[in-house]
Design a protein around this ligand. Sequence first.
Ligand code: 5GP
Ligand code: ZN
Length: 116
Amino acid sequence: MKISENCLFCAIIAGKIPSTKIYEDEYVFAFRDINPQAPTHILAVPKEHIASMNEVNAENSAFVAKIFEAIPKIAAQEGLKNGYRVISNCGPDACQTVHHLHFHILGGTQLADRMA
Ligand code: 5GP
Ligand code: ZN
């Protein structure tokens, strides 16, 4: 498993920085966003360090598949019966601030009908 020494989310996965864990399996770690933008705001991340969507390739895409298998489980666990939104910001135009691939899971209220 590739990790990055100076990556915030690698440190969270390793338990070096505390987080509110929601879900974990061999490939995926999910925890509450520290600055929630909806009543439920969870970050689902691969346990391997992948810097962004642009770094997804044939060698690591199984991590992304596992995240998408985990998301419905997380949504059910969180009681998001009426739906939710999944977002991944990639690069400066999308305001990506943490350079470890992550999927925001947002829900628990009626979300805005525009995404940007
Ligand atoms: P981005 O802007 O890169 O798409 O999203 C990064 C997210 O990470 C932001 O929503 C931000 O609130 C969250 N975040 C940044 N630092 C921490 C932290 O130390 N702990 C947790 N739980 N979330 C963080
Ligand atoms: Zn990382």
